[in-house]
Design a protein around this ligand. Structure first.
Ligand code: HEC
Ligand code: HEC
Length: 467
């Protein structure tokens, strides 16, 4: 019995991390290489085609307010259905779709017809959000409240006598994300892969125990530049790896062959994305000083920008980078090996990909559009670029204080506290606080900016706005 519930939880949840094992074809590709596949069809597929069984009915989503804490619940009771939908989307970090006036979220595929509409999570739940108020597919969803939403929908279902899904059960055992905007996304990929053979047939194996920790999703506008993806760069970029997200048991091995072409279009969509341009003011003289300093101090790892752009795709050993090591060790060598010999990596076929099964550190990401993807570092522990450049000033416990950009520090406007207020009765508010003392959430490391003086750091900050 216990085994059953455990495997149910893990199987339903494993897709969360599927994206993890993305594969792709490396070699020395030029940065702007055109790709086969239709980017616009890729976007349509992501927003309109459910590749998984549904997470919940629309009716349940619209009932969640009934279990909210007061006074929010009282306000919702007085609101119109449309206002209530907006309140729920706001609470859970969901947005509308650009250029679409309906209240269908970017982050879920809505299917079926009234009164039986269902919602199915798509990639945008983590990879599509708001950049300081502008809805931007491909930007990290730094407001996503997956754990809170799952718990409250579960309570609402119990209250209204509706059946629980496996996701509901799973979330009782496996944390989906302890701080809003970050998710425990990575651990499941490997766990779920352990229940497949290399050709993705389902096998009877217990999922491997996983190390729970939260990550901040990377923006998709770097995808075209990165021959290897994920923070440790273990996998080659490719369309098949993007399908790991769909590895629920309901999708048998034939699903992958049938939908492979769809994911060529999804791949083309990701390859087509570019970062948004900085919306504030820039001091161009200062930025030009910053460019020289950046090229001397930072470019060997992060590459150069503008006319002579380059991206070194360089992995830095964990002792040298010194940022939180949990993510690196959470993915076991055996898990990466399993990926290496699977259909995702084109094992045994022409174009077989090289998987790095034992990476020793993290890859320095491209910094294009870096102003638009706070918080910083792979675990999202640093709220602004200014704090990234001033390691000794990084706050220990902080939360986002508003939707606007802190245009001086470039990143979130924040409130810093000495402890998370445990007396706060709304769990959604407690989960807004990022406590860097918790497991996997350290804000240490990346001390390279300390080669610069404070004035030089200001110049580099100005330059970073222009990327
Ligand atoms: C629950 C949140 C979540 C969902 C849903 C999700 N991802 Fe991710 N994704 C992440 C996180 C977190 C990472 C960082 C993983 C790492 O670096 O180890 C990531 C990494 C990636 C990367 C690597 C980017 C880079 O620059 O390294 C790609 C590509 C990607 N995801 C594509 C997808 C696609 C396609 C889907 C849907 C089919 C998807 N993701 C669904 C959270 C998510
Ligand atoms: C020795 C290589 C190296 C040097 C030099 C270096 N970085 Fe980094 N940088 C990294 C790595 C690796 C990461 C990813 C660390 C992580 O997420 O844990 C990173 C992360 C970052 C990030 C956060 C990216 C994100 O999306 O969260 C920023 C911003 C950044 N570096 C800016 C700089 C600047 C500015 C300089 C020069 C003053 C610099 N770096 C110098 C390797 C380097």
């Amino acid at each position: 019995m216990q085994k059953n519930i455990f495997s149910l939880c893990v199987t339903r949840l494993f897709w969360l991390g599927l994206f993890l094992a993305v594969s792709f074809h490396a070699d020395a590709e030029s940065l702007d290489e055109p790709t086969a596949g239709s980017a616009s069809r890729g976007y349509d597929l992501l927003t309109k085609t459910p590749f998984l069984p549904p997470d919940f009915t629309e009716e349940m989503f619209d009932s969640a307010w009934q279990v909210w804490p007061k006074p929010l619940r009282e306000n919702a009771a007085k609101a119109s259905p449309t206002e209530r939908r907006q309140m729920a989307m706001e609470r859970y970090g969901l947005t509308t779709r650009p250029g679409d006036a309906s209240l269908e979220p970017l982050q879920y595929v809505v299917s079926g017809s009234e009164p039986n509409k269902t919602w199915t999570m798509n990639c945008f739940s983590c990879h599509g959000g708001s950049v300081y108020g502008t809805i931007t597919p491909g930007a990290p969803n730094n407001r996503f409240a997956l754990q809170t939403m799952t718990e409250e929908l579960r309570s609402a279902k119990l209250k209204l006598g509706k059946p629980l899904s496996r996701m509901d059960l799973g979330a009782m055992f496996i944390p989906l994300g302890t701080t809003h905007g970050t998710t425990n996304a990575v651990v499941f990929g490997i766990g779920l892969m352990s229940r497949r053979d290399p050709q993705l047939n389902l096998i009877d194996a217990m999922p491997k125990p996983a190390v729970h920790h939260d990550m901040d999703a990377p923006p998709w506008w770097h995808f075209y530049k990165r021959p290897h993806i994920y923070i440790d760069g273990f996998a080659e970029r490719g369309h098949r790896g993007l399908m790991q997200f769909t590895l629920v048991p309901e999708n048998g091995p034939e699903f992958y062959r049938e939908h492979e072409d769809d994911f060529k279009d999804v791949y083309a969509y990701l390859m087509s994305l570019r970062p948004p341009k900085f919306t504030g003011t820039v001091d161009h003289d200062l930025a030009s000083t910053g460019e020289h300093l950046f090229n001397d101090t930072c470019a060997r790892c992060h590459g150069t920008y503008g006319e002579n752009k380059s991206y070194p795709d360089l992995r830095i050993p964990i002792n040298e980078i010194g940022t939180d090591p949990v993510r690196l060790t959470a993915l076991p060598v055996a898990g990466r090996q399993k990926y290496a010999i699977s259909w995702f990596a084109h094992h045994g076929e022409a174009g077989e990909q090289q998987t790095v099964v034992n990476p020793d550190g993290y890859v320095a990401p491209p910094l294009d559009g870096i102003w638009a993807s706070p918080p910083y570092l792979h675990n999202g522990s640093v709220p602004t670029l200014w704090h990234l450049l001033k390691p000794e000033q990084r706050p220990t416990i902080w939360r986002r204080a508003g939707e606007q950009m802190d245009s001086e520090k470039v990143g979130f406007e924040i409130e810093v506290v000495s402890r998370v207020p445990l007396t706060q009765s709304d769990i959604a508010i407690r989960r807004q606080y990022f406590d860097t003392q918790k497991f996997g959430k350290s804000n240490e490391g990346h001390l390279f900016p300390n080669e610069l003086t404070d004035d030089e750091k200001s110049a580099v900050l100005e330059y970073l706005k222009t990327l």
